[in-house]
Design a protein around this ligand. Structure first.
Ligand code: SAJ
Length: 407
């Protein structure tokens, strides 16, 4: 039996996927509300295909509980926040989860860490928990790092089709865990050592962050030079060895806007391109704010209360608002004492997370003259004709309307 610890964005789909493929799974989360919701038959976030996966896992007998189980295999998928000041990973949740696991784990059990951690975290913070105590040491507990790689918005598909990495101290343990993942994963599953696995995960997200920063920097250069960044990127990408990503209003989510900072925090004198890239991405919400100011001025508009921000999530078609560019921009507006009047709407966010938040697209549009498209939700793409007559700042180049402004 596998006990999956942490039933959030990664732990839940992973637990469901394994259960749906015949593995005996118990999901554990210390948040009783999550457990109660799952036991009532409700999934706790929206994701394409998750509902069906949930039903299939339940029919195969998955259980959910707040208690850690006594078993021989654990998958730990708890959050790893980072300290905003030092930029270093905070492994406290992972360490706490492992401590609890160690209290009940069977002799020879394997603890798989899926949470993203900075290179060296297992040796520095997790292995000592096993080696500090003679009784636990005698249990011969094994550690594995199998970083998740799935992208929100396409998690179920990617769980099945992505390649995976398994970092283990020896081949035998790596093979054992590979067999569990192979129950559903059709991609290649590479076995390596733990530190390499830790590094690969952070490097993958850093690669994307640096490439997004490059696109964002081009957007700034093209704004200054009054050139069309999208046309330039489109033409450059016709070169066989060029593949530039798209500029945007900022980088959010709990991965790409966070993980590269681990390298900056651990290697401040060495991670220079990464440091600058992260600063460039972090500067984008303020860049948008400046565009709003310029466009209002150009249109002789003075009432910030007639400006509407479309989109609160960190990217399109997900309900996750962690580190979202819109929230970063609203914070910046609040610091400049002009935040409270702007209107905000997102079809995926039903809770009130900010002031003047609308839950109806029509009512939102009625109350604004200037719309800022921060997130390219499908809802916006299919309702573009409703924007006629409004001033539009299209931060993703999706609308194609005459007179629309861009980054
Ligand atoms: N973004 C841009 N321009 C682009 C692409 C993305 O501005 O061309 C922005 C998005 O709008 C969003 C942010 O970047 O705000 C991140 O979005 P994303 O879709 O690039 O990635 P995430 O954070 O949803 O998921 C990433 C993925 N990592 C990589 O692609 C290397 C995913 O595979 C990881 O599993 C995930 O991080 C994670 O959990 O670490």
């Amino acid at each position: 039996m596998i006990n999956v610890i942490g039933l959030g964005y990664i732990g839940l789909p992973t637990a469901l996927m394994m259960a749906a493929h015949g593995v005996d799974v118990v999901g554990t989360d210390c948040n009783e509300e999550i457990i109660a919701a799952l036991n009532r038959g409700h999934i706790t976030f929206q994701e394409e295909g998750l509902e069906e996966l949930f039903e299939s896992a339940v029919s195969q007998g998955i259980r959910f509980t707040a208690q850690y189980q006594s078993t021989d295999t654990y998958i730990v998928s708890v959050p790893t926040p980072y300290d905003k000041f030092t930029k270093k990973v905070d492994a406290a949740y992972v360490a706490d989860a492992v401590r609890e696991v160690l209290k009940v784990a069977e002799k020879g059990a394997v603890i798989v860490i899926e949470s993203t951690i900075s290179p060296g975290t297992i040796n520095k913070y997790i292995r000592p928990l096993i080696e500090a105590d003679e009784d636990i040491k005698g249990k011969n507990i094994q550690l594995v790092h199998a970083p998740e790689r799935i992208i929100p918005g396409n998690m179920v598909y990617e769980l099945i089709h992505n390649n995976r990495t398994i970092g283990a101290d020896n081949r035998e343990v790596g093979e054992k865990i590979r067999n569990y993942y192979a129950s559903f994963c059709q991609g290649e599953i590479v076995i390596t050592d733990i530190c390499t696995a830790e590094m690969t995960k952070v490097v993958e997200n850093t690669y994307r962050a640096v490439n997004i920063a490059f696109a964002n920097e081009l957007a700034k250069i093209c704004r200054h030079a009054d050139m069309d960044v999208y046309e330039i990127i489109r033409i450059c990408n016709m070169h066989p060895r060029v593949n530039i990503l798209q500029p945007g209003p900022g980088v959010g989510g709990h991965c790409i806007s966070v993980d590269p900072w681990f390298l900056v925090g651990d290697y401040p004198g060495l991670a220079k391109v990464i440091d600058e890239s992260m600063k460039t991405n972090d500067s984008m919400p303020d860049f948008v704010l400046n565009r709003i100011y310029e466009i209002m001025k150009e249109n002789h508009m003075t009432d910030i209360g007639r400006v509407g921000i479309y989109g609160l999530t960190y990217k399109e078609n997900v309900d996750d608002i962690r580190e979202s560019p819109t929230l970063q921009m609203l914070e910046s507006m609040a610091r400049h004492l002009c935040g409270s009047q702007v209107k905000v709407y997102d079809p995926f966010v039903s809770e009130n997370v900010t002031e003047n938040q609308y839950h109806d697209f029509g009512a939102f549009l009625q109350d604004i003259d200037f719309i800022v498209i921060m997130v390219k939700h499908d809802e916006m793409k299919i309702n573009l004709e409703k924007l006629h007559g409004k001033i539009v700042l299209d931060c993703h180049n999706i609308c194609g309307l005459d007179g629309a402004y861009h980054l």
